[in-house]
Design a protein around this ligand. Sequence first.
Ligand SMILES: Nc1ncnc2c1ncn2[C@@H]1O[C@H](COP(=O)(O)OP(=O)(O)OP(=O)(O)O)[C@@H](O)[C@H]1O
Length: 256
Amino acid sequence: MTEPLLEIQGIHKRFGGLHALNDVSLSIKRGEIYGLIGPNGAGKTTLFNVLTGLYQPDEGKFTFNGKDLFRQKPHVVVGSGIARTFQNIRLFANMTAKENVMVGRHVRSGAGVFGAVFRPPAAKREEAAIHARAQELLDYVGIAARHNELARNLSYGDQRRLEIARALATDPTLLALDEPAAGMNPKETDDLKKLMEKIRKDGVTILLIEHDVKLMMGLCDRIAVLDYGKKIAEGVPEVVKNDPRVIEAYLGVAPE
Ligand SMILES: Nc1ncnc2c1ncn2[C@@H]1O[C@H](COP(=O)(O)OP(=O)(O)OP(=O)(O)O)[C@@H](O)[C@H]1O
């Protein structure tokens, strides 16, 4: 058995009296597309925020690629190979598409502030490489022609793609996507599905939150279901879909 890429055990997160994550454990294998579903307020985004260092969990364990990332800062998490996108798109609206990706790439570059200001030859070469890689990533997600467009002028679907390109610019091992299909039409959703399959084929493991259950069922290798901060089911889509606890969580009533 190969080691899981991501392993979280017994994670608790409380906001005052609200137990947003209650003893959540899961492990994600390398190369998987792993889905996280659950009703509104179930704790999905909170789990992402804990994983990416934005929230400090109260208890638990969290290892990634053999490294202990429990309560680490976001830059350490990114540096360890976890990149994410946000439920509410967080692009630099007044920067071009390419500049947005370059920001992601700078996380990986060694040029730093000195290099950016004084631009010695090595820094210039690095800057050229960052430009080239950013353009390549825009091409990869299918928006190369829009490279010079301000992010705010891109269509909603293209903004979502741009967020993915920016996350990929950090060379992640695990890409965590928070509702990437939100607000997309069926054609955009289908294109997004193909993009996620391509990303996985190219060696990046994907953790995905999504409300579009049809998309999740057709895309994920395994799915975990959260409800009121607890993991109530986990498994292959077919089994999860028919689990009475899942049906009850979604419909509010136990199935007949
Ligand atoms: N920073 C915070 N402070 C206080 N409560 C919070 C905070 N973040 C999340 N919560 C609460 O924790 C619970 C879980 O929220 P979370 O956003 O993780 O749910 P979700 O499953 O992602 O929901 P949705 O599908 O609506 O995005 C909710 O009751 C929410 O109000």
